[in-house]
Design a protein around this ligand. Sequence first.
Ligand code: ACO
Length: 326
Amino acid sequence: MKSRVIGTGSYAPEKVLTNYDLEKMVETNHDWIVARTGIEERRIAADDEFTSDLATKAAQRALEMAGVAADEIDVIVLATITGDYPWPATACIVQNNIGAKNAYAYDVSAACSGFLYALASADDFLMAGRGKKALVIGAELFSRSCIDWTDRNTCVLFGDGAGAVVLEAQESESGVLSSHLYTDGSYLELLYQPGFGVRHQASQEGIEAKLPFLKMQGNEVFKHAVRMMTEVSKEALKHNGYTSKDVGQFIPHQANIRILEATVKRLKLTEEQSFINVNKYGNTSAATIPIAIDEANRGGKLKEGDLALLTAFGGGFTWGGTLLRW
Ligand code: ACO
């Protein structure tokens, strides 16, 4: 019995923000951004679009591909760090929007690793026999939550978007083979959003100190991301008796082309094996992997029986690797 992906969907807001647009907002330029990050453009949600709207559209597309009605879903797990409200979970809003009246729904907060954490939770739920079908979503709206649009060090990196998969418990050799998840909270301050939670409650002084904005030590994050994603990817392959040569598609968290290239090189994977779309969307945190899975799937890059190796790294620090057979 395995948790098999039977449908994928994604949604990126219509508005495109190019590097040339950013040149008019902060002191930067297209060539610097492309050379350092590989990002050419990113999507920005409309003023009346919220995280739940992006998630709902991605979920509906995944359900449509799967040929599954929303009321057949037993659980919805949504990964986000930029939800509509502090509470309730954005998953509750999506549950209502799509009419998944038989599902219970909750959010997972694991930053850029969120989708892999959510996928592992849903897989555990199905493998425990507590349901047949799960909807797993990654959705983020960074542009109106924690981005300081005057900070060139960070504002060029991120974008908005959502992706989703429908999982079904099947008697099959295909599906999630194993998930390997890690956390090291001692690195919290290298990548986090200081305000406004309970520790720093909303205040005018806090706003002036820019506490609600993402803080990052880019160089440190870079080194850890390459090391952890490489190690956990090797672990996922070894655990299942495979090597890099067996991988059909490597679908890493899309943070930055240099992180991806360094990881691909260390894993001795080829360009053909690696799925990269960071140029089009930037870093959409928990949404990068499900968006990439959907694009790879719809683009015919994931054939039945192929091994897909997923890996992510993000704030916390959190990281993970998942191997699945398509
Ligand atoms: N445009 C032009 N110049 C810039 C920009 C910009 N947008 N941003 C920074 N610079 C300048 C800096 O001010 C600095 O100038 P200085 O030398 O005069 O002080 C210079 O460029 C070099 O800055 P560095 O920070 O050393 O540049 P680096 O090569 O490390 O690249 C980057 C910065 C792209 C952020 C890199 O560290 C990185 O990719 N880190 C990973 C961060 C990441 O991906 N975070 C996402 C969340 S975590 C995750 O998803 C894995």
